[in-house]
Design a protein around this ligand. Structure first.
Ligand code: NDP
Length: 253
């Protein structure tokens, strides 16, 4: 499905990362992939995972450093000459902002969370679009806390609301270049980042009990939806937030 397509994956920390599930699904369908990692401590992990894939590229990229973002895209341009899709699967908020009351969020925590978790999508879309010469697809990861209050999710919910809105504005701007931009709103999954949210275990249990499918979603299921969104099968879809949450979001009382 993705033969001859080049993808760039932001946000692999380890094999549990949603980004890795997306990468596995896309590589399994024939895509060649470039991976970015943040900080030297993740380099070995990402190089090891990417090493099993044919013709992959691994480059450092902390999205708070514009020069690093530019260098990552320059490396992709040099190796592959073009880009067909991007998976944006990164987020961060200081741990103390992910517990207690939202009203106590500091200016610094707010700025950091919004910059890394939301602005980075716009930053990456701007850098990616010149390389998407035959059109392209950009996919980001959101969460239900963008639209409903989820205890302890706090400033990350506000960042995800900005991310989903950015998805729509970017889709409107980039549609004329045949670049589609969509978000997946994934149900909770036990990853490194998720463990930063206080009482994640309770949340997983609650969602499994209340969702129509009576279980939590797997990273592989999110990866398969990302594969659909970067493939031509979804050619008529842009600016959407698609729930991959075992149906949890549809439930009322
Ligand atoms: P991971 O911890 O595996 O991935 C998060 C990634 O973001 C890490 O690779 C992390 O690197 C990276 N990152 C953080 N700060 C920066 C930065 N400044 N520059 C570049 N990369 C950075 O967790 P997930 O796979 O769970 O998270 C992926 C995405 O999915 C996030 O947007 C998350 O909010 C979203 N999501 C997760 C859900 C879940 O329950 N797990 C549910 C719905 C959405 P580092 O480790 O170095 O910080």
């Amino acid at each position: 499905m993705l033969e001859n397509k080049i993808g760039m994956i932001f946000g692999v920390a380890n094999k549990r990362s949603i980004a890795w599930a997306c990468a596995s699904a896309c590589a399994g369908s024939g895509a060649k992939l470039a991976f970015t990692y943040q900080g030297e401590r993740l380099q070995e992990n990402v190089e090891k995972l990417a090493g099993d894939l044919e013709d992959s590229l691994v480059v450092p990229c902390d999205v708070t450093d514009q020069a690093a973002v530019d260098a990552a895209f320059a490396a992709v341009a040099e190796k592959y000459g073009r880009l067909d899709f991007v998976i944006h699967s990164i987020a961060f908020a200081p741990r103390e902002a992910l517990e207690g009351e939202f009203v106590t969020t500091t200016r610094d925590a707010f700025r950091t969370a919004l910059e890394i978790s939301a602005f980075s999508l716009t930053q990456i879309a701007l850098a990616a679009s010149p390389l998407m010469k035959d059109g392209g697809s950009i996919v980001t990861m959101s969460y239900y806390g963008a639209e409903k209050v989820v205890s302890n999710y706090n400033v990350m919910g506000v960042a995800k609301a900005a991310l989903e809105s950015s998805t729509r504005y970017l889709a409107a701007d980039l549609g004329k270049q045949n670049i589609r931009v969509n978000a997946i709103s994934a149900g909770p999954i036990n990853t490194l980042s998720a463990r930063g949210v206080k009482n994640m275990g309770t949340l997983l249990g609650y969602v499994a009990e209340k969702s129509p499918l009576k279980r939590n979603v797997s990273a592989a299921e999110v990866g398969n939806t990302a594969l659909f969104l970067v493939s031509d099968l979804s050619s008529g879809i842009t600016g959407e937030t698609i729930y991959v949450d075992c149906g949890y979001n549809i439930m009322g009382i």
